[in-house]
Design a protein around this ligand. Structure first.
Ligand SMILES: [Ca+2]
Length: 311
């Protein structure tokens, strides 16, 4: 009997240990980053992960205040937020941030640390291996790799990276790669841990229903995520769930929502196209079974619209 109890406790510890997650995002360029961050707060509230920080690759001045505002809405105002280190051409948009900030009380402005420094500190202080969800450009992870002992730190403290990046269905350059090709090449070809890619085709084939924005976020008015969605494009529209799928795979890999390719390498071509070669290597990309679309969309909707537990 005692042995059963001990085994049960050990299993409980294994099952309920909340894996630390860092969200690395180009927040502001597309609406899916805001919804992906909402999901990470919901999954943290559920004890399925612990969001420990947000690092930015969009240098628009509204990006840091906007992320802080969302974190405050979800009851995590103390979460570290790292600012982008460079303004990338075509990658510093403000599709909804300033609009959403108008509806929320202003936060006293305080400067944010550079994102690679925040990344380094969070990894150094982490008690266990961290999952990084990268839903923007590869600028910050490349900067970490280039910094002193950065590669060793990544190898020691990162469990895996789940990146919304690349296109594994067609040879088209995908936005997150195209905007900072050099950094993507560095990270995808040299990063020392597993990288799982949610390619362009995954989110494209899972459009988020506009009806959910109208109905499921009505528990708060104003609601920063729903208001951002409305500000981004003329409603009603169904936006691809690119960054949301990366969060889902990062936190719930064992649920098997997606299939995974065989392992291999990912090469980045000068125009930003990604080329996967099966064989040696620890890169994989997600595959979508069309029969799972309804189930995955329901889960994404439930998590993105979950009311904050701490508010
Ligand atoms: Ca993004």
């Amino acid at each position: 009997m005692q042995r059963i109890l001990i085994v049960a406790c050990l299993m409980a510890n294994v099952c309920f240990a909340a894996r630390p997650v860092i969200f690395d995002t180009d927040m502001g360029n597309d609406i899916d980053d805001a919804m992906a961050l909402a999901m990470l707060h919901a999954l943290s509230d559920r004890g399925e992960c612990e969001l420990i920080g947000v690092t930015l690759t969009n240098a628009h001045p509204a990006a840091v205040p906007y992320v802080r505002m969302l974190n405050r809405f979800y009851g995590r105002s103390d979460l570290p937020v790292g600012a982008a280190i460079k303004t990338l051409k075509g990658g510093a948009g403000d599709g909804y941030m300033t609009a959403a900030l108008r509806a929320e009380p202003a936060e006293p402005a305080s400067p944010a640390e550079p994102a690679p420094e925040v990344l380094r500190r969070l990894l150094s202080n982490a008690r266990e291996k961290v999952v990084i969800v990268q839903t923007g450009f590869s600028t910050n992870l490349a900067a970490l790799l280039y910094s002193r002992d950065g590669a060793a730190l990544a190898k020691e403290k990162v469990a895996l990276v789940v990146a919304m990046a690349g296109n594994f269905a067609e040879r088209e350059p995908e936005y997150n790669v195209r905007i900072d090709v050099a950094s993507a090449k560095t990270v995808f070809e040299r990063w020392p841990t597993i990288i799982v890619f949610s390619g362009f085709e995954i989110g494209r084939d899972l459009p988020y229903p506009a009806a959910s924005i109208e109905h499921d976020f009505a528990y708060a008015r104003p609601h920063p995520v729903a208001d951002s969605y409305r500000a981004y494009k003329k409603m009603p529209y169904d936006r691809p769930t690119w960054d949301l799928t990366a969060v889902l795979e990062a936190v719930r890999p064992e649920h098997g929502y997606f299939g995974r390719s065989k392992p291999g390498t990912v090469l980045v071509e000068p125009n930003g196209a990604t080329r996967f070669a099966p064989g040696q290597g620890d890169r994989k990309y997600l595959r979508l079974d069309p029969s799972k679309r309804a189930e995955i969309l329901e889960v994404l909707g439930l998590l993105a619209s979950q009311p904050p537990a701490r508010r």
